[in-house]
Ligand binder design. Structure first.
Ligand SMILES: [Zn+2]
Length: 281
């Protein structure tokens, strides 16, 4: 499959039923274009994608390796229908891993954090998810990334919550701070594009400081470096209630209500819009 600035070699399961070959290829196309739109190109020139099948419903066991410039293994259950594929987040999450260099074990949280944070944002920017659904998920799940008692900072606390949602919380706070400091002209997306465009892809081993220096240079700030120094070795509780209030995000009776008069409502709006579109308004 041709994708912007790249190619994907896809291996399909021998028997795709009840899905068709075209259903699966459409699913790959949508995920790859979510990611290409976010990064301005497909993250790597060549990806090997092996799709396997199992007896379950839905998409499972996505995993991304640095091998051969990028290898993704993912399973699609035989009880999966096309609406499950339309709702799938996992393939987009895995493809986002291609666009960031491999980190030492202690910084694994940033690899997962980027994939967890960028996946819904990229899908919203591509029109595959509503902004309300993104903020609903963030309001519901970001608290899972807060430090528990005994936490020693993101670099030293390798729990599931701190790795996935602690990393995502770091990305959300970084995105908002970059936008605050640049009058909403730049965001985390600019930093991540610059890291990818400087060669920071999955089959490169980088230190986190190198990636963050490239990202900060692209936004003309020191947000990533400063936040890393603050959050890597100490438990830092983020004032999420204050953050939602500032952005105009309110969870009311299980539904998301936006307050467009909130002081940073435009920052919230910019995050889920493609930058080219937002800057043209
Ligand atoms: Zn992941």
């Amino acid at each position: 499959m041709d994708v912007p600035d790249g190619k994907i070699d896809i291996t399909l399961p021998d028997d795709t039923a009840p899905l068709t070959r075209d259903d699966l290829l459409h699913w790959v196309k949508v995920a790859s274009s979510n990611v290409s739109q976010y990064y301005g190109r497909f993250p790597v020139p060549h990806l090997t994608l092996r799709i396997r099948s199992d007896d379950r419903a839905g998409v499972h066991h996505g995993v991304t390796y640095a091998r051969d410039g990028g290898l993704i293994l993912i399973s699609v259950g035989r009880k999966t229908d096309t609406s499950d594929l339309d709702d799938d987040w996992m393939l987009t999450h895995e493809m986002i891993h291609l666009a960031f260099p491999s980190m030492p074990r202690d910084q694994h949280w940033i690899e997962e954090g980027i994939s967890v944070y960028v996946e819904p944002v990229a899908r919203a920017q591509a029109g595959q998810k509503t902004a309300a659904a993104v903020w609903h998920e963030f309001a519901r799940d970001m608290p899972k990334g807060q430090p528990d008692s005994g936490d020693e900072g993101l670099d030293n606390t390798h729990t599931w919550g701190r790795t996935y949602w602690g990393g995502a919380l770091f990305c959300l706070v970084a995105d908002v701070q970059i936008r605050e400091k640049t009058h909403n002209k730049k965001g985390l997306q600019d930093a991540l594009r610059a890291i990818r465009n400087s060669g920071g892809v999955i089959d490169e081993d980088w230190e986190i400081e190198k990636a963050f220096a490239v990202g900060d240079k692209a936004t003309g700030t020191t947000v990533l470096r400063d936040l890393y120094r603050k959050m890597s070795n100490k438990p830092v509780e983020i004032d999420l209630d204050g953050l939602w209030k500032k952005l105009g995000v309110e969870l009311k009776d299980g539904r998301i209500v936006f307050n467009d008069k909130a002081p940073e409502a435009t920052i919230r709006q910019a995050i889920t819009m493609p930058p080219a579109l937002y800057n043209k308004r």
